[in-house]
Design a protein around this ligand. Sequence first.
Ligand code: TXA
Ligand code: MG
Length: 330
Amino acid sequence: METKILTTHEISPAIRALKAGELVAFPTETVYGLGADGLSQAASEKIFYAKGRPADNPLILHVGGHDDLLPLVAGPLPAAAEKLIDAFWPGPLTVVVPARPEIPQAVRAGLNTVAVRSPSHPVARALIAGLGHPIAAPSANVSGRPSPTTAAAVWEDLKGRIAYIIDGGASEVGVESLVIDCTTVPPTILRPGGLDVALVEGIVGQVQQPSGDGPIRAPGMKYRHYAPNAPVIWIDTLDEAAAAEKIAELQRGYGTVAVLCRDNIPVDRDVRCMRLGTDDTSAAHQLFHALRTLDSHHPDALVVVWGESQGLGLAVRNRLSKAASERVVL
Ligand code: TXA
Ligand code: MG
């Protein structure tokens, strides 16, 4: 299949393609999504083939807002979902709620719950309105790869497999939405993301945050994820001198290493290094693009230094924990 790139000013071919059951990649404020008609089983199934996505990993339904959510929910909307939606929609918040049985099996991967979010990006909103149905959309990457934050990254992964890519420039947030299960009391964070957990707790009080070793609640979080081709070695420390020493040791072991860090770690002049800075919001914005960029130079290993952090820094840690083939705690 030929994949065509559209500008944000000519999205009607993409709406027609969605109506015909085809796949369209589109910008959202978090990362690019790979959209299909979310009320069509056949269209939603195509997402799994295009991405090589495991069949047991459910999709997020993207809606215009609260009123489009209600027909998807079995029974009353949980109180916590109501409050969170009121506070943070449209935006990087996904709520998991009891699903109506009419929602295609492919979308919820056989679960009796469904994940729903209302994106704020005007192109995403125009597509939802144009289709007149919720859009089922995971991130628009090949399964297991870093999520795309540019149209070029989508092209790299999915060219030839989908009808259209709408180029809306770089994603504003850069990491995916926070996913919160509102079927439990208190609600449970399934995936930290582009909305600070502290803001969520400001609205609904303390939430459950499963520890790394507990049962996995978001089916997608059990897979290796967000990973470039090179093995990712995650150095989990705030100690910059110790990190620099470890990088030198890894360099001796691996050959060429590329380094992704915050700011001050000294590395050899011949080591390719990208710096995410000390601001967590800006670091999250750059993360996936930096992983793809460093990987494009084919290092033998990609070393990422990232220590304890809060807010969006937590989402960065979570992505690294899934991308890393090795974690070194110093
Ligand atoms: O920001 C985002 O959320 C982006 C943009 C495109 O909206 N989408 C995204 O989708 O990140 P995806 O498929 O890459 O991640 C969805 C996550 C997965 O971890 C999946 O397992 C979880 O949400 N999820 C979906 N439905 C669920 C459900 N019913 N119960 C628990 N987890 C669910
Ligand atoms: Mg994804």
